[in-house]
Design a binder for this molecule. Structure first.
Ligand SMILES: Nc1nc2c(c(=O)[nH]1)N[C@H]1C(S)=C(S)[C@@H](COP(=O)(O)OP(=O)(O)OC[C@H]3O[C@@H](n4cnc5c(=O)[nH]c(N)nc54)[C@H](O)[C@@H]3O)O[C@H]1N2
Ligand SMILES: Nc1nc2c(c(=O)[nH]1)N[C@H]1C(S)=C(S)[C@@H](COP(=O)(O)OP(=O)(O)OC[C@H]3O[C@@H](n4cnc5c(=O)[nH]c(N)nc54)[C@H](O)[C@@H]3O)O[C@H]1N2
Ligand SMILES: [Mo]
Length: 769
């Protein structure tokens, strides 16, 4: 980070999902410095300088040639067609007319505007808010998406069995409590530092590393359960138990079985705070199926010796134990089960609601968990009202586009997929986030019109019919705010827009004018006036609390504003523990539901009325003998700025790095640094091999986020030459309950790649005419 060369004066504040920073332009070069108060800044910031003016940026509006010539309609050439540059006025006229056609002929039920994605940290130029607001103004609504790729299973099951999802993740055990009180951290899937380095809306203090170090120094034991040793940092000094991926529920069952068999469960806690234990216990002890879920039963399933499981259970008894479960565990087949079963384990240990104890679901997965909440609200752009009301669970996008009229199960309902004509995306990258990309290509080939606002030529932009160049965050003013970081940031503009790029807001304002809804969309405000307007809510809340409340100009001048925070009081869980009658959980029984009448009543075979071990279908077998863990990348946020310096530096021979165990490599003649091919029946990709004993044998790990780069896009299942694991993952829901994303795990075979190495073209702009 060439930070030394700049004088303080012209460094201006800005923020990103991966950290607050200051930046300046010097002789056409971008200089970036992390926020001085950040104890552990995130190196992902280093992706900005090289990315800013990279050839992968989109310089001007583009229309796909086939769409321009043949008009709207299904077209298998999406993703391999040429583009025609167009002036802004012309392209907005064209798009305005197409939006009007869809609206008048098909209505809001034909537009998919879910537009899932992380976009950028500023709260006004937040692409999802902008696009939803626009679609509500222009169509009166659209087909939306619910839940997230992050926590698709957890966010649906938790309200039934544990109550408020936000309370579980964001008003619960904090890093401070962990540093001070916890005696044993049982971390399923770990708490990888790379993950907590990111928080939506920006983050000024990365506190996880120091907190884990303080806990460890005090004598807290960290136990990591999962396939990768790197899922806990060295500072935690963790013991590593490498269970087979996808088997955590069996492991947790066996831990609880051991507690019960040895009379070590906290029966008082179970009686007072939970419901349904008796039903569950019959299953646990095997009173109906004759199979106790004991350590001997779990050993071959989990790959963990029975004695290790029993010894671990005994060690937990009587200690201040915190059970954590990474989001990753529920991003897999039957992902609801480990989320639910971990709550049962924590309840059986009786620690829920105590400082530093209980159940810290997803602690460490993202930077805004395990922190104190701000006492005042931040700026939020109103999205208006969606009068149409139809939605899909977010990860069912390809299913929906391929199967209009088909029914599916979701959260106790039988729902029907709409018939989508137009898909409109801003601020997300489905060719990053979705599974089975060859299936997604077929799905996108089916629609009339695909519109994408992007700052760079992602595979999603390449598949679009109309591509509108969006500014990058550094090229506009905004306000950075996250509900659980104390710093609000006046994000100053650092530099001019790239090429003809425009803010999403200005693009939608221009379209709104053409559709006669400009006043409703803009309310007559410029971007700067919107910032002033949105800031007023925080200013007023500060004043009401009797806290210093600078006006907008003073805030803007100062660059940052420290917000007061809510107390670290254990939130609703502490209150529930102290008095469960006065402070019941918002579940049907008011308690932790170990058996749920509601879920049992839905009658889903793949999500019964209590947590259970449901053997997965997608397991290693002949032809695909290895588990693939497709986890979050350390050197970028998802696919964002994959062409930045820090991300590029982590690649080898231009390709994403896949980790495998030396024994698995030796069996296949693979050496360190070799280019390998990962494949299964859905697709194939290349990656560079890294051999490490820090991974469980039988597991290959390839992070997400390398841009999809098909060698020959005309093929049905082209080889991705760059290393996007989503050509391999399965496009199936977690269960009929939640229909969450299952992209974290699948099975593959791996071989040394011996052909001529194909070039990486992911960052080259497409052909234009
Ligand atoms: N196999 C597998 N797949 C996964 C996961 C996994 O574990 N395994 N994890 C999943 C998870 S948890 C998530 S959250 C998703 C993430 O999936 P996404 O959120 O879709 O991924 P991003 O790469 O963050 O996509 C954001 C896009 O917005 C663009 N962008 C940024 N700022 C702006 C802006 O101001 N305007 C516009 N118009 N565009 C902008 C960026 O260039 C980028 O292309 O991926 C999921 N996919
Ligand atoms: N640097 C960086 N940080 C990020 C993101 C990013 O893209 N980059 N994305 C952010 C987002 S949107 C989200 S939702 C969170 C996601 O948070 P997570 O989903 O928790 O993160 P992952 O890295 O995908 O998975 C964490 C670890 O779980 C382990 N694991 C996988 N399967 C299993 C299993 O079956 N059992 C066990 N015990 N362990 C398993 C893997 O070894 C993996 O490294 O991360 C956030 N943080
Ligand atoms: Mo996520």
């Amino acid at each position: 980070m060439n930070a030394e060369t700049g004088s303080e004066a012209d460094f201006r504040p800005h923020s990103s999902h991966w950290g607050v920073f200051t930046a300046a332009m010097r002789d056409g070069e971008l200089l970036v410095r992390p926020h001085p108060g950040d104890p552990d800044p995130n190196a992902i910031l280093q992706n900005f300088p090289a990315a800013l003016r990279h050839r992968a940026r989109i310089a001007q509006p583009m229309v796909r040639r086939g769409w321009l010539e043949a008009g709207p309609g299904p077209d298998p050439r999406r993703g391999r067609d040429e583009f025609v540059p167009m002036a802004w006025d012309a392209v907005l006229d064209l798009l305005g007319a197409e939006v009007a056609r869809i609206r008048d002929r098909h209505g809001p039920g034909a537009v998919f505007g879910g537009s899932y994605g992380w976009a950028s940290a500023g709260r006004f130029h937040h692409a999802q808010s902008q696009i939803h607001r626009f679609l509500n103004c222009a169509f009166g609504g659209y087909v939306a998406s619910v839940n997230s790729y992050s926590s698709g299973a957890a966010s649906v099951i938790v309200p039934h069995v544990l109550g408020n999802y936000e309370a579980l993740t964001k008003h619960n055990v904090t890093w401070d409590q962990l540093a001070q009180h916890t005696e044993v951290v049982l971390a399923f899937g770990g708490m990888a530092l790379k993950n907590a380095m990111v928080a939506g809306g920006g983050i000024s203090e990365h506190v996880e590393r120091p907190a884990m170090k303080a806990a460890h120094d005090r004598g807290c034991d960290f136990i990591l359960l999962g396939p990768l040793r790197s899922d806990l940092p060295e500072e935690a000094g963790a013991e590593w138990i490498a269970n087979i991926p996808g088997t955590d529920t069996a492991l947790m069952l066996a831990l609880v079985h051991t507690l019960v068999a040895e009379g070590l469960q906290d029966q008082d806690f179970l009686d007072r705070y939970t419901t349904g234990w008796a039903v569950f216990e019959r299953y646990l002890m095997g009173r109906e199926d004759g199979q106790p879920k004991d350590a001997g039963w779990a050993a071959p399933i989990t790959g963990v010796p029975a004695d290790t499981i029993r010894a671990l259970a005994r060690r937990l008894h009587g200690k201040r134990v915190l059970v954590t479960v990474a989001h990753a565990l529920q991003r897999a087949e039957h992902g609801e089960q480990p989320v639910w079963m971990a709550a049962v384990l924590a309840a059986a240990l009786g620690q829920i609601g105590l400082p530093g104890g209980g159940y810290g679901y997803a602690l460490g997965a993202i930077g805004y968990y395990g922190r104190r909440a701000n006492a005042v609200p931040g700026p939020t752009l109103s999205q208006g009202r969606n009068r149409h009301g139809d939605y899909i669970p977010v990860a069912r996008i390809a299913d929906m586009l391929l199967n209009p009229g088909m029914t599916y199960r979701y959260n106790g309902q039988t729902r029907t997929y709409p018939d989508i004509r137009m898909v409109y995306w801003a601020g997300g990258n489905p060719f990053h986030h979705h599974q089975d990309l060859n299936r997604l290509r077929q799905a996108f080939a089916r629609v009339d019109t695909l519109v994408v606002h992007e700052l760079a030529w992602t595979a999603t932009a390449r598949h679009a019919d109309i591509v509108l160049p969006a500014t990058m965050t550094l090229e506009r003013e905004d306000i950075g705010f996250s509900s659980h970081d104390p710093l609000m940031v006046a994000m100053h503009r650092i530099t001019e827009p790239f090429g003809e790029a425009r803010d999403d807001y200005d693009i939608f304002a221009g379209l709104s004018r053409r559709l006669g809804v400009e006043e409703a969309f803009t309310e007559g405000r410029s971007s700067r006036e919107w910032l002033r307007h949105l800031y007023a809510r925080t200013e007023q809340a500060l004043r009401e609390l009797g806290h210093p409340a600078p006006d907008f100009d003073a805030f803007w001048e100062a660059g940052t504003l420290a917000l007061p925070q809510a107390p670290d009081d254990g939130g609703p869980w502490r209150a529930f523990r102290e008095d469960p009658e006065a402070n019941p959980l918002p579940t049907p029984s008011g308690r932790i539901e170990i058996f749920s009448e509601t879920i049992a009543g839905f009658g889903e075979a793949d999500c019964p009325g209590h947590p259970a071990w449901l053997p997965p279908q997608d397991v290693p077998r002949a032809g695909t003998p290895l588990h693939l863990v497709a986890n979050q990348p350390a050197t970028r946020l998802h696919s964002q700025l994959d062409f930045g310096e820090h991300s590029i530096a982590s690649k080898r021979r231009g390709r994403e790095v896949a980790c495998l165990h030396p024994a698995d490599a030796a069996a296949r003649g693979i050496a360190e640094g070799d280019v390998i091919r990962l494949f299964n029946e859905r697709g194939a990709c290349l990656a560079a091999a890294h051999l490490t004993t820090g991974i469980r044998p039988g597991v290959v790990q390839l992070a997400t986020g390398a841009w999809y780069d098909p060698e020959d896009p005309a093929e049905d299942k082209p080889l991705c030459v760059h290393g996007n694991p989503n050509v391999l993952t399965r496009d199936v829901g977690t269960s009929g309950l939640a229909q969450g994303c299952t992209g974290q795990l699948t099975v593959v075979e791996v071989e040394r790649f011996t052909g001529n190495l194909p070039p990486i073209r992911a960052f080259d702009p497409p052909m234009t005419v």
